[in-house]
Design a protein around this ligand. Structure first.
Ligand SMILES: Cc1ncc(COP(=O)(O)O)c(C=O)c1O
Length: 370
């Protein structure tokens, strides 16, 4: 059996007639940018998140960048981020003119609170907890210290659309603002790039709307230097369809994660399933002894199962981070995890027989090499 790590065409086929209908409507409308679908998507997203402002943008990286650019950033400002994340988390800090300060992660692979506290300096203006793999980072655990040192909490919620904490507060609403990606691989995905900012902060909302559209306040007048980073009408129309399916698809992600949790061998280190939190398992990452990782991955591949690693090169060890004062050996968990993680297939259209096959093959692999 062949099970791809991801197969986006399955979902597109499932929603085909709705997607085609919306495509036809947009094409016939003659409005492709700044139109009714963008407004509608933003309104239903604001309702979904119960926030005052949901602002669509061109991608998740810009969503994060625009939020950060509304903060008071000086040339030596520092923003603390976990070093196990996608490169865009660090890029947004650089793009906003601040310095990323890399932080280790805990056994849940999210920002390590003790290391975060160690990394705070008089230059720290913000922290970006990343709800990596759709797992909710517990903001209350850093809230008091952030208040004390006047550190803004900006959520990188790119991977966590639909996740909520034990009080049913959704990611993207737990800090000053949240940045989502709508990239095709994300839990709420579209058929191209897109992003979303969620906030109750009027200043962030207003500035982000300017940033996304060249800084223009009307057709001819620009209030500030801005970008071209808008969600277009077609993608907004697709996002509306996808948002209507988010609860159904989220349940599928959770079901698959529960299946893995129950049937995968305990020789794998599996993510802890939390009862009151709704973690949405954008990725399902297991850990294995580092010396066996490549053999297990190869075994799965030989048996037709696609896997991935999120992420093999930590942010502080990327070549572009060479001048950021964080070297190999500085962040032990991040570095160990980079060598021991394997992401297994997880997507709503994964079939039961595929899931069983993955579990059986993965269990055989770990027993064979252990
Ligand atoms: C954790 C994280 N942050 C930021 C981004 C950036 O989003 P985008 O690719 O839409 O720019 C992504 C997604 O790729 C991500 O996974």
């Amino acid at each position: 059996m062949k099970v791809p790590f991801v197969d986006l065409s399955r979902e597109a086929n499932l929603l085909f007639s709705e997607l085609i209908n919306s495509t036809e409507q947009v094409l016939k409308s003659g409005i492709y940018i700044n139109g009714p679908n963008v407004n509608k998507f933003e309104n239903i997203a604001a309702e979904y998140f119960k926030v005052e402002h949901a602002i669509s943008v061109g991608n998740g990286s810009d969503a994060l960048t625009f939020i950060l650019r509304t903060l008071e950033i000086k040339s030596d400002s520092e923003i603390i981020i976990p070093a196990n994340s996608f490169i865009a988390t660090a890029w947004a800090v650089i793009a906003a003119g601040a310095k990323p300060i890399f932080c280790d992660v805990g056994s849940d692979m999210l920002l390590d609170i003790e290391d975060f506290e160690r990394k705070i300096s008089p230059k720290t203006i913000a922290v970006i907890p990343v709800h990596l793999t759709g797992r909710v980072f517990e903001i209350p655990k850093i809230y008091n210290i952030c208040q004390k040192f006047n550190i803004q909490i900006i959520e990188d919620a790119a991977q966590s659309f639909g996740a909520h904490d034990d009080k049913k507060n959704k990611t993207g609403t737990l800090g000053l603002a949240g940045a989502f990606s709508l990239h095709p691989l994300k839990n709420l995905s579209i058929y191209g790039d897109g992003g979303l900012i969620t906030t109750n902060d009027k200043n962030i909302a207003e500035k982000s709307k300017l940033f996304r559209n060249h800084g223009l306040i009307d057709r001819d007048n620009a209030a500030l230097w801005g970008y071209n980073s808008r969600l277009d009408e077609l993608q907004a129309a697709y996002a509306i369809i996808k948002l209507s399916k988010i609860e159904e698809f989220t349940s599928k992600y959770i079901e698959i994660a529960s299946f893995y949790d129950k049937y995968l061998s305990d020789l794998f280190v599996k993510p802890e399933i939390r009862k009151d939190f709704r973690d949405v398992y954008h990725n399902y990452i297991v850990r294995v002894p580092a010396n066996l990782r490549n053999q297990i991955k190869e075994f799965l591949s030989t048996n037709g199962i696609g896997t991935a690693i999120h992420y093999p090169v930590p942010l502080h060890l990327q070549e572009c981070s060479r001048n950021l004062d964080c070297k190999k050996g500085d962040l032990p968990n991040v570095e160990n995890f980079a060598n021991s993680m394997i992401s297994l297939p997880i997507y709503p259209t994964l079939k039961n027989e595929e899931l069983k096959y993955i579990v059986e093959t993965a269990n055989n692999a770990i027993k064979k090499f252990n």
